[in-house]
Design a protein around this ligand. Sequence first.
Ligand code: ATR
Length: 273
Amino acid sequence: MKTYGIVAHPVAHSLSPPMQNAGFEAKEIHAEFIRFDVPPEELKSFTQKVRKEKIAGLAVSLPHKENVIQYLDEITETAKKIGAVNTLYWKGEKLCGDNTDAPGFFESISPLLKGGRGDFKTPKIKAALIGAGGAGRAMAYALKENNINVTVFNRTEKKAKALAEEFGIQSEKIENFSAKDFDIVANSTSVGLKEDKSPVSKESWGEFSGIAFDAVFDPLITTFLQHAKKAGAEIITGETMLLFQGVRQFETWTGEKAPIEAMREGLEKALKK
Ligand code: ATR
């Protein structure tokens, strides 16, 4: 039986195991997906264990997404540009890293882009990205790669400016954010996680018929999404990004088409617990 897993610290509440195990079960793949709780000072020896025991594939989460890169043989172009890895996989004897957060995010919003917003391969679509941390980098990369015009807003303006310069996008003061200027508004900050707060004011939504996305998925309908919905937005919850980044991982690891609905069910069941 092959062993896969997620490495993080803490890892107890990770939703990857129920999601990936549901995928293995649906495809009748003889594999297990387990949790590895590894503190930062043990990451190096953990990667040695991965090599020795030939652990078949790993999801990587906080706080290891950047630090793990130094222990790998190769990383993809996407991971290089984002500067973070969320997936380890084998290419022959080489232990490699990829970042599926970016495509996972884009896949979660693209059905709405295609359905309601016309041809998303044009630079006419405007996105506001709230936050300039790790998740923000992946989301900025995904939007820019898909020719969307991106403006980043962040509490610390300096960080927004730095990200904008690096990725060739715009930045603005968060006080100046107004949803009406955009087709998509995406929150990449952790504001709203288990709290009744939003990184942008209720008033800044005005009337808004675009798409609102929140990377936070606990609660599923965050204060940010509640305000957006009231303003008229179509909302997408963070669970969708989690699903699609996992779908990509599954396909990288197994070489098979992922059973998306089974994985969604596994994820939703665990979310309700
Ligand atoms: P992650 O890797 O999860 O994205 P991070 O790199 O620490 O975490 O980034 C957190 C993001 O959330 C940052 O954009 C941060 O803004 P600052 O750059 O100003 O710190 C944002 N953030 C966190 N707490 C916030 C708060 N209370 N209000 C506004 N933004 C906040």
